[in-house]
Ligand binder design. Structure first.
Ligand code: NAD
Ligand code: MG
Length: 388
């Protein structure tokens, strides 16, 4: 295999580290050209020393001099701030891994797609808030979006078995999160530590809380709608607590294809990195005899109202998904900081949606405006909850 350049956005995160674990094992194939992080200079510098990218970018502009000091005389370019992320995304590459969390990843991801680079997309919030723009830009430039989210990666793989116009249903599986069987009354008292302790997956804090509220599955419904345009009413959610079947595609002939694997993000990451080829991973092969049984249940939208909120937001379209996503980011951060209760996360999102209906966006700038207004509104409700 010829050497391939990889630009990695969000190198210090859970997906970023899993990506580097695979790259490290397959150093012949990969040349890392870009590494970025939010504020952890020490970790970014350590990774830069190991992988020797052309440029290392720290998003927090106040940390530029620290990064410069850490990487003096290494020949590695150093940059900081949001514009530097966009510039780094425009550097020639063979694949961009978009693994920043939240809409902070939107601008660099759009820049990479506009430049025509294939993007392995983990950063679901970017697609949720700007799905139409993002898929349109990719269509125009010819860039391919390779889904990294395990469910979407599963669907992408299953879609190799037929044409998209022959799909009758997409079944998005959900673990149900750590509170799947908990009563609403008990959920009112859960702590951030309980919420981030996912039963099957080890992930960053924000997505772990989203899994606990099931907002993650709602965001994934929106993500699936943009990636696989089969019609919203053809995308269903199925709770499957073991996270072994990562999603299913049912075709018109009633043949249903599923993708299975151990709950290890390195499997979908490897699939995106190597596509359309395959690469070896050190992951545990599936041992179905030991797993012995797979369970399924319908989602409970009374205890977990987030998925219905998301379905309504994408059905309404326009700026609704961007508004919902931004409100959720603020509410999750407030919950993690101990400012609001667990049920107040989804309540905050609902209040923000009920309080204002933003005009349909026609540009990335419009999306950023909606995002900012929604964050301010969410902060207002968070403050009310906190002082209630
Ligand atoms: P994480 O919190 O572990 O890492 C996030 C990365 O983004 C870090 O490198 C951090 O430095 C960077 N970052 C954070 N805020 C930033 C900002 N304002 N500007 C620039 N960079 C910033 O998150 P994660 O779990 O790796 O998730 C990353 C993305 O992948 C998320 O969108 C998540 O939903 C998605 N995803 C993650 C998993 C998983 O298993 N972790 C699975 C599916 C999808
Ligand atoms: Mg997922």
């Amino acid at each position: 295999m010829t050497q391939r350049r990889l630009s990695l956005f969000g190198a210090t995160g859970s997906v970023g580290q899993s990506t580097l674990d695979l790259v490290r094992r397959d150093g012949e194939t990969w040349r890392v050209t870009v590494l970025t992080a939010n504020s952890d200079v020490a970790e970014l510098a350590k990774l830069a020393m190991e992988f020797r990218p052309d440029v290392a970018v720290i998003a927090d502009a106040a940390r530029l001099s620290d990064l410069q000091a850490a990487l003096t005389d290494t020949g590695i370019d150093v940059a900081a701030g949001a514009d530097a992320l966009v510039e780094a995304a425009q550097r020639p590459t063979d694949l961009v891994m978009a693994a920043i969390v939240g809409t902070a990843g939107l601008a660099p991801t759009m820049a990479a797609l506009a430049a025509g680079y294939d993007v392995a997309l983990a950063n679901k919030e970017a697609l949720v808030s700007a799905g139409e723009l993002m898929t349109a830009v990719a269509r125009t430039s010819g860039a391919t979006i390779l889904p990294v989210d395990s469910e979407h990666n599963a669907i992408f793989q299953c879609l190799a078995g037929g044409r998209i116009d022959q799909v009758r249903r997409i079944i998005l599986t959900a673990s149900g999160g750590p509170f799947r069987t908990m009563s609403a009354a008990d959920m009112a008292r859960v702590t951030p530590a309980q919420a981030v302790a996912h039963p099957n997956w080890s992930m960053g804090a924000k997505i772990s809380v989203d899994s606990a509220t099931m907002m993650n599955k709602g965001l994934e419904l929106i993500e699936a709608h943009h990636l696989f345009p089969v019609g919203l009413d053809r995308i269903e959610i199925l709770v499957h607590p073991q996270s072994v079947i990562h999603s299913l595609v049912e075709y018109v002939d009633c043949s249903t294809l599923a993708q299975l694997g151990s709950p290890d993000m390195r499997i979908p990451i490897a699939s995106a990195l190597a596509w359309p080829d395959r690469m070896a991973t050190p992951c545990a092969p599936l041992d179905l005899a030991t797993i012995a049984r797979l369970d399924f249940e319908a989602p409970d939208e009374v205890r977990f109202p987030a998925t219905a909120l998301c379905r309504a937001a994408i059905a309404a379209g326009g700026a609704r998904p961007a508004q919902l996503n931004a409100a959720n980011e603020v509410a999750v951060a407030a919950f993690l900081a101990g400012h609001i209760s667990f049920p107040a996360i989804v309540d905050t999102v609902r209040r923000v949606i009920d309080a204002a209906e933003p005009a349909a966006p026609s540009s990335l700038q419009d999306i950023f405006s909606v995002d900012a207004a929604s964050r301010a509104a969410a902060q207002h409700f968070v403050d009310q909850f906190e002082h209630a």
